[in-house]
Write a protein that binds this ligand. Structure first.
Ligand SMILES: Cc1ncc(COP(=O)(O)O)c(C=O)c1O
Length: 397
């Protein structure tokens, strides 16, 4: 079949692929510990489910405005005000089918073929693919592991060009768990303004920060950078609502209008029922969010400490999200610093799945073949079981 060049250029999502492989093994009766997942293992809070059921029963089952209901956009503005002291109006907010969709709208509304987009590595797998779909060119900027995987202004200055249109920033970060400090965010905000470019700030893990750190949005660094920032968030990770598919973008009104119109021709509105559920989540109690955060922090402490002492691995303690991203170069072939047989992260991930029945995601898809991503969005007991299996298999090498 003749497919468009556009879709032929897409790399399949490695995170979804590993999840599919792990689930296939599980379906065959194999007991796999799944560290590959990118979603909270908690249930959606009860009051959120109740709101959705009421929406169905009450007949709230028709089209809504393409950019989302007014009440939900108002609740999003209130939340941005409450959590980040940011002032947005409902006409500066677009609700979409998950943060992924919000990101796509933003990239499509901002980039033309020939534009370049700065993406710090390691990066979430979807960014380069969306940039390519828009006909633009991803420019990968390494964020040093010794600097906690947080990109510096100097590194960005080395790669910026006349064609640079956009920087995509993700803090707290997937896969590294990196959380940028206020002064670092301020330096990047200055860079964006000085270079006259736009910034997509993916903040989907903003409530999952540990050790007393606070999430800082670049949009809070002054009106100039706020006008150039597309703040992306979702209810997915914060409220354990990945399947409900509600994300949002907050940005300059002209851009929001363009994104809303674009979305109007691609999906129309996000699901009416899910919008009611998202409203209940945003307006509801904070206790379930904080309880989940505390449990993630407990798991992180355990998992990072265990992985740091695994044969051949080194791991720092991530400060946000729900992933540990250890360096595996000690397990790779000599040219990568180790004395083992593994050619790269793919090879090691496949070995761990087959031999230890532990699913992880190879760092290669995130822009680093020297790392492996472990999600701790699974119960403490399963994490302990998986860690024991890894230790046993790696000790045999
Ligand atoms: C950094 C990052 N951004 C966006 C998303 C997508 O979120 P959503 O499920 O709301 O589309 C994910 C999901 O894994 C993510 O890790």
């Amino acid at each position: 079949m003749r497919l468009s060049d556009r879709v032929k250029g897409i790399s399949p999502s490695p995170t979804l692929a590993v999840d599919a492989r792990a689930k296939k093994l599980q379906a065959q009766g194999v007991d796999v510990v799944n560290f590959g997942v990118g979603e909270p293992d908690f249930d959606t809070p009860e009051h959120v489910c109740d709101a959705a059921i009421s929406a169905i029963r009450g007949g709230f089952t028709r089209y809504t405005p393409a950019a989302g209901t007014m009440e939900l956009r108002e609740a999003i503005c209130a939340r941005l005000g409450r959590d980040l002291a940011l002032e947005y109006r409902p006409d500066e907010v677009v609700v979409s089918v998950g943060a992924k969709h919000s990101l796509f709208n933003a990239v499509m509304a901002l980039c033309d073929p020939g534009d370049e987009v700065l993406i710090p590595a390691p990066y979430w797998v979807t960014y380069p693919e969306q940039v390519k779909l828009a006909g633009a060119t991803p420019v990968i900027v390494p964020a040093d592991e010794t600097h906690g995987f947080r990109v510096t202004r100097d590194a960005l200055e080395e790669r910026v060009s006349r064609r640079t249109r956009l920087l995509i920033l993700n803090s707290p970060g997937n896969p590294s768990g990196a959380v940028y400090r206020r002064e670092e965010i301020e330096a990047l905000a200055e860079f964006v303004v000085a270079r006259d470019i736009y910034l997509i700030s993916d903040e989907v893990y903003d409530r999952l920060v540990y050790d007393g750190h606070r999430h800082v949005s670049p949009a809070s660094c002054g009106p100039e950078v706020k006008a150039r920032t597309v703040l992306i968030n979702a209810v997915s990770k914060t409220y354990a609502m990945t399947g409900w598919r509600i994300g949002y973008a907050a940005c300059h009104r002209d851009l929001a209008r363009a994104m809303g119109e674009f979305q109007g021709h691609v999906t129309s509105n996000p699901t009416s029922i899910s919008q009611k559920a998202a409203l209940a989540a945003l307006d509801g109690p904070d206790a379930p969010v904080e309880a989940m955060r505390r449990e993630f922090e407990r798991r992180r402490d355990y998992m990072a400490a265990e992985l740091a002492t695994m044969p051949g691995m080194t791991a720092s303690v991530p400060e946000g999200a729900f992933y540990v991203f250890p360096n595996i170069s000690g397990l790779l072939k000599p040219q990568s610093g180790g004395n083992h047989r593994f050619a790269g992260s793919d090879d090691l991930a496949a070995f761990l799945l087959e031999e230890a029945r532990v699913a992880t995601v190879a760092g290669k898809g995130f822009g680093s073949d020297l790392h492996l991503r472990f999600s701790y969005a699974t119960s403490f007991e399963r994490i302990q079981a998986g860690v024991a299996r890894l230790r046993e298999v790696l000790a045999r090498l």
